[in-house]
Ligand binder design. Structure first.
Ligand code: GLP
Length: 240
């Protein structure tokens, strides 16, 4: 695992965008595994800036996102589909038809998981971007998720519901379930890029980089992947 410690969120975002745009410049047909949350927003802003100023094109890029809330349609302003459109897709030239997320409003959620797993078999991520939950989750793979898991229906933990409630009008509006790529789908990526900042993530960062490899801290599985880069700010790295 390569750990790059930077000063702050801005530096983290610039560095992460540089890695991602390099991948796209070298391979215009790259498959980008993308993530939501506040951690990658700055990365996406830098990618949009690079697209505007340097013309890096995403016309042939395919994206696959980690997860989506159950029960929210793509036009709900807290859905991850909406997040991706607002924070990245509308600001670059990727055709929307090339962008993929699990659908949290599918009638048959198991069939939707099966569809997404088949899609991931077809489009292996050249890079998978990850944020880190304060409890060590990646995607929505909560503590206890088996390392062999594929896309599945998740019951969110109380700590995740609480963490994510800041973005909703009230905690009662936070969905209780999500569809998430499993650990196996994440580990199948050719490379993995973790962006993490802030003191509240320091314990999870320690567990991910130096802790015991255990499903109790899902991100610890990344120690077993041959090509992981972690970009974290000083605060997030403070326990390393
Ligand atoms: C959410 C997402 C994760 C994300 C994590 C951290 O629960 N499902 O993919 O990495 O929270 O979010 P943030 O970056 O906002 O701290």
């Amino acid at each position: 695992m390569k750990v790059i410690v930077v000063e702050n969120y801005e530096e983290m975002s610039a560095k992460a965008a540089e890695i991602l745009t390099d991948i796209v410049k070298k391979n215009p047909k790259a498959v980008l595994g993308l993530a939501t949350g506040s951690s990658p927003i700055g990365t996406y802003q830098n990618m949009a800036k690079d697209h505007r100023e340097n013309g890096t094109s995403y016309k042939e890029v395919v994206s696959v996102n980690l997860d989506e809330y159950v029960g929210l349609t793509a036009d709900h302003d807290q859905s991850y589909a909406y997040f991706m459109y607002e924070n990245l897709f509308k600001n670059i030239d990727i055709p929307l038809a090339n962008t993929n997320l699990p659908s949290g409003s599918a009638k048959d959620l198991q069939a939707e998981c099966d569809r997404y797993n088949a899609l991931l078999d077809e489009y292996q991520q050249d890079v998978q971007v990850l944020g880190l939950g304060s409890n060590g989750h990646i995607g929505f793979n909560e503590p206890g998720t088996p390392f062999g898991s594929t896309t599945h229906l998740v019951d969110l933990t109380e700590s995740t519901i609480k963490d994510n409630s800041r973005l909703f009008a009230s905690i009662d509006e936070v969905p209780r379930q999500a569809l998430s790529m499993g650990i196996k789908n994440i580990m199948n990526a050719k490379s993995i890029l973790v962006v993490v900042s802030g003191k509240n993530k320091a314990a999870a960062v320690y567990g991910m980089v130096k802790g015991e490899i255990t499903p109790n801290l899902p991100a610890s599985v990344l120690q077993l992947h041959p090509a992981v880069t972690v970009i974290c700010d000083k605060d997030a790295a403070s326990l390393l």
